[in-house]
Design a protein around this ligand. Structure first.
Ligand code: DQA
Length: 146
């Protein structure tokens, strides 16, 4: 299996950004632990981070031609605003899991709504970097069942 992991805006700053919400783990640490778990499970992991909505849209389109089996996406702030990311994910019809480091439902009201969640196979939020690893296991399990 091949999974694509997408990280949205400001996640390049993990490690120093609002540690009370996001901890001290860096994006490189998260990607490394995903690749290691992927190795154990026999899943090839590609990762991509962008601060630009259109670049994330382009990378989602590319996933279809790259024969990606599943997507794990932390859309960051675009979670709450982006019809474009939603439409891109619906267009390629590859199953995806929405991931958040923080529990968005115990934060500000404007973070409670996701533009993507009702199109997702599943959502994991609130476990810090572990959210991504849970998503990886969950997506593998989902793909085994279909
Ligand atoms: C986030 C939650 C979003 O509300 C926020 O804009 C982020 C990170 C998270 O991982 O907890 O940038 O997606």
């Amino acid at each position: 299996l091949r999974f694509l992991v997408l990280h949205g805006p400001n996640l390049n700053l993990l490690g120093t950004r609002e540690p009370g919400h996001y901890g001290h783990v860096t994006l490189a640490d998260i990607n490394q632990s995903l690749i290691e778990l992927g190795d154990t499970l026999g899943i090839e992991i590609s990762t991509f981070q962008s601060n630009h909505e259109g670049e994330l849209v382009d990378r989602i389109h590319q996933a279809a031609s790259d024969n990606i089996d599943g997507i794990i996406i932390n859309p960051a702030a675009y979670t709450h605003t982006s019809i474009a990311l939603r439409d891109a994910l619906l267009a390629i019809s590859i199953p995806f899991i929405e991931v958040h480091l923080s529990n968005i439902h115990r934060r500000e009201e404007f973070r409670h709504h996701s533009m993507l969640a009702d199109a997702a196979t599943g959502i994991v939020a609130g476990f810090g970097a572990t959210s991504y690893l849970l998503a990886l296991r969950g997506l593998q399990d989902h793909l085994r069942q279909i």
